[in-house]
Design a protein around this ligand. Structure first.
Ligand SMILES: *[C@@H]1O[C@H](CO)[C@@H](O)[C@H](O)[C@H]1NC(C)=O
Ligand SMILES: *[C@@H]1O[C@H](CO)[C@@H](O)[C@H](O)[C@H]1NC(C)=O
Length: 597
């Protein structure tokens, strides 16, 4: 225990130092640029090599930030440190950012009829506008201020006034969303002063992972996430392993962590290892999904052996954490375009790169809609699995189940934004998943566990919704949705991998910042998602959301009475269902359920 605590302290120190860009010894850091390949070796001997590792990580971090903002000011002659970036001192935005987003705004349209949604979807398509997010009631669209008139001209009268400005100065909001390295924030202070500086007092947390962890004070670039993952695997060898899902279009490794402990010396032959995937970063600009995957991983990893519930979970299940499925896109959002969504694959149109990874899976792939244009933000490619990273992930998952004794029992695909928990099917509201009641029940439980954790409201619905036309099916209207939902990852894992509990979770917020969620949300969003993962694991262990001693915190009563619908669902579910059904859920089961419908 003491050893564990010491390693945690070292880890915290490591990332505290990484973020402090201008340490005295950082001048020698360039010499360590080649260290990456030896990283594992070095961290294994970290107690003797601290000075070797930290300048290296510092250099990685600096490099990423320099690419975005240019060279930071050097220390001046007096030895005074200067902030590398200071918003207050430098109100002028970088010219590249101004050129790209200087005149842009984000509008929210209230949608009330199918005709309105159809008109808006078609207009957005005609003008190649960027649809940020949409639900049953609204759609957020980014466009140039100059184009607002053109857009309104294409819309019915009812929509021409039904919008508001979400983000009046997009370029500034983007600028502020990049990590700010100001030494007011990060100068090492005596321990007594550090608490006060750590996080704003408004942050409410429910315990769990170490608050003082520098890694979660800001969004992190790929070049820091990968060494961080290696560090995890090196320091917690009993229950963490690094793995690779495959190689991206541009040749980057798609890294993952496998967290769990298979019981050894078991008398009984081991069945397939029940495994839960938690992924983020399918869409490059959804940074909070990336930080949240790492936060959940960190929380599970460091609670193992300390918290009985987590220890049990990790004995029963392996978790696979994949923070950045779309690695190329993620790097691109750091170095070039904060709002990039797709991967970076070349299409047949030279000037429009990128495929939408979450539209390119092979189940009910939809290449026939009006979005089948490489310039569309939702371009699904010309055939299923043309997108390299989706293909790799699917191949990897198949290989795991066919050759490595793995059975996937859960898939949590984190996205942003709009605070929703979505279950299959995404491709159509006319198709009903065979286990819809269970999917819905667990989704409601996840939403409840988040409410208990932080008070945040997350909606629950089928992933096909968020499309007005389906609400007015009775009227017989057929129309385009804001986005087609075919070829999604949750549908593919649900249907092809038979992952019984497959969800897309759209994290914070509900539109004030959208993709540009301030870093102060990293820890609270991570905490509420971690609480949801505990609920998820508890449910899969057979507790079905019933009070259990594993995680008392996820069952804290909100108002002494649970929501009526949920309580009923839970009781109904109790009859004859336990964890074994997770294993035995086979084709026959599907067919039976299908017929019963
Ligand atoms: C959009 O709908 C919301 C909630 O229904 C309402 O508060 C808001 O005023 C509406 N905005 C416009 C521009 O109609
Ligand atoms: C499949 O799994 C085996 C066993 O771990 C591994 O050797 C092989 O490289 C994997 N193949 C692919 C395509 O990932």
């Amino acid at each position: 225990m003491i050893i564990l605590r010491n390693t945690l302290a070292v880890l915290n120190l490591a990332f505290f130092l990484v973020t402090c860009a201008a340490f005295p010894w950082s001048s020698s850091s360039r010499d360590n640029a080649h260290v990456t390949s030896h990283q594992r070796h070095i961290v294994e001997h970290q107690s003797h090599k601290l000075r070797g590792v930290f300048p290296q990580l510092t250099w990685l971090r600096d490099t990423a930030i320099e690419k975005v903002f240019g060279q930071p000011p050097k220390k001046d002659g007096s030895g005074q440190r200067k902030p590398a970036i200071s918003h207050a001192a430098n109100p002028n935005l970088p010219t590249t950012l101004l050129a790209k987003y200087g005149g842009d705004v984000v509008l929210r349209f209230n949608l009330t009829t199918a005709a309105e949604e159809k008109a808006l979807a078609e207009a957005a398509d005609t003008l190649f506008l960027d649809v940020w997010e949409f639900t049953n009631n609204w759609a957020d669209i980014r466009l140039r201020e100059d184009d607002v008139a053109s857009l309104l001209g294409l819309l019915p009268k009812s929509l021409q006034r039904a919008y508001s400005h979400l983000m009046p100065d997009l370029a500034k909001t983007i600028y502020q969303s990049y990590p700010s390295i100001t030494f007011e924030d990060f100068e090492p202070a005596p321990p007594s002063r550090r608490d006060a500086q750590t996080f704003s007092p408004a942050l409410k947390t429910t315990g769990g992972a170490d608050l003082d962890n520098i890694f979660f004070r800001d969004y992190q670039p790929y070049s820091v996430i990968v060494p961080w993952m290696r560090l995890m695997a090196s320091m917690f060898t009993t229950h963490v392993r690094m793995l690779s899902i495959g190689t991206s279009y541009e040749g980057r490794d798609i890294p993952g962590l496998r967290v769990g402990v298979s019981p050894k010396n078991s008398q009984e032959p081991l069945g397939p290892r029940k495994t839960i995937i938690v992924s983020g970063g399918f869409h490059a600009r959804e940074w909070i999904s990336v930080s949240t995957v790492t936060y959940i991983a960190w929380s599970l990893i460091t609670s193992y052996g300390k918290n009985a519930g987590i220890t049990k979970l990790l004995q029963e299940f392996d978790f696979i954490f994949i923070p950045t499925v779309n690695v190329d896109g993620y790097v691109y959002t750091w170095e070039n375009d904060r709002l990039w969504r797709k991967n970076r694959q070349q299409t047949n149109l030279r000037f429009c790169r990128g495929l939408d990874l979450d539209r390119s899976f092979g189940f009910e792939w939809d290449g026939t809609t009006f979005q089948n244009n490489p310039c569309s933000e939702s371009f699904p490619g010309e055939e299923p699995f043309q997108a390299v990273e989706s293909h790799r992930l699917a191949e990897w998952a198949r290989n795991e189940t066919q050759n490595n004794g793995v059975k996937f029992v859960g898939f949590l695909d984190l996205h942003s934004y709009s605070q929703q928990i979505l279950y299959p099917y995404s491709y159509s509201c006319a198709a009903f998943p065979p286990s819809q009641e269970n999917l819905e029940e667990l989704a409601l439980g996840l939403a409840k566990s988040i409410r208990i954790s932080s008070g945040q409201q997350y909606g629950v619905s089928s992933a096909c919704e968020g499309a007005v036309p389906y609400r007015s099916k009775a009227s017989g209207s057929v129309s385009a949705r804001m986005e087609t939902g075919g070829g999604s990852a949750i549908d593919w894992f649900y249907h092809e991998m038979k992952v019984r509990y497959s969800y897309q979770i759209k994290l914070r917020d509900t539109g004030s910042y959208g993709f540009l969620l301030p870093k102060e949300n990293i820890v609270p969003t991570g905490e509420e998602a971690f609480n949801a993962v505990k609920y998820f694991g508890d449910f899969l262990l057979g507790n079905k959301g019933i009070e259990s001693t594993l995680f008392p915190e996820i069952h804290k009563d909100e108002n002494a009475t649970p929501p009526v619908g949920l309580a009923n669902a839970v009781e109904a579910e109790m009859v004859g269902e336990d964890i074994e059904t997770v294993n035995e859920w086979d084709e026959r089961d599907w067919e039976l359920r299908r017929r019963r419908r």
